[in-house]
Design a protein around this ligand. Structure first.
Ligand code: G3P
Length: 226
């Protein structure tokens, strides 16, 4: 499962990229609107940082306008993916753009039936929003599981991107269910690496190393520094 960050903040994206595990970025109008950098410089910079797909969202439900927006977004960078909200007009645009070889991420998917439509419209990615389903007392992971099962049975090539993730359990369960991609806010990304026993263990090893160094003889220079 590819790990992706759901952010338009350049500091967060650079930090996540430095870990060597970041395979993509998803943005949306809310995230873009929080930043002070202009739209085009911002999304171009994001595309240059990440070696992977960067989803950039359109803003319409009209097929013709979406196709024009899709053409322009696809020109921004080789790794730009056109993000289109689920709607009849969005599906029509997805079909046209996909037939032209443009990668489309169909977003705001909340049901397996919507995911079937996205796949049938030729989407490159479908994005079910787990956390927002959980927020209204519907099991987001169950919907993801249904989508992954149906895609497997049907042999759909559309990638399932598990989105709106709130915590590491969402990420782990997405991997277990067979999601192709998981996108998450930076705070969830950071939470994946942390464990109190890891922190305590590292601190103890560091202290023990410091105490042992004086009687360990010659050390490689970099080990002496540590
Ligand atoms: O970018 C799409 C999605 O991940 C949004 O998540 O946290 O706003 O529900 P959230």
């Amino acid at each position: 499962m590819k790990l992706s960050i759901d952010s338009a903040n350049l500091d967060e994206i650079r930090k996540a990229a430095a870990w060597g595990v970041l395979r993509g970025v998803t943005t949306n109008p809310t995230l873009i609107g929080r930043e002070e950098t202009g739209f085009l410089p911002l999304v171009k910079e994001i595309c240059s940082i990440v070696d992977g797909d960067v989803s950039i969202e359109t803003s319409s439900d009209d097929t013709d306008l979406l196709v024009r927006q899709g053409h322009e977004i696809a020109q921004i960078a080789d790794n730009a993916v056109v993000k289109i909200a689920m709607s009849p007009g969005g599906l029509g645009a997805c079909r046209i753009l996909s037939d032209e070889g443009i990668k489309v991420n169909v977003t705001l998917a909340f049901t397996a039936s919507q995911a079937i439509l996205a796949a049938e419209a030729g989407a490159y990615i479908v994005s079910p929003f787990l956390g927002r389903l959980d927020d209204i007392s519907t099991d987001g992971l169950r919907v993801l599981s249904d989508i992954c099962e149906i895609y497997s049975v049907q042999g759909y090539e559309t990638q399932v991107l598990s989105a709106s993730l709130r915590h590491p359990v969402h990420v782990v369960e997405s991997a277990r269910m067979g999601a192709d991609i998981a996108t998450m806010p930076f705070k969830v990304f950071e939470a994946l690496v942390r464990h109190p026993l890891t922190d305590a263990g590292f601190e103890r090893f560091t202290d023990d190393w410091e105490a042992a160094k004086p009687h360990l003889g010659e050390l490689p220079p970099s080990m002496q520094e540590a």
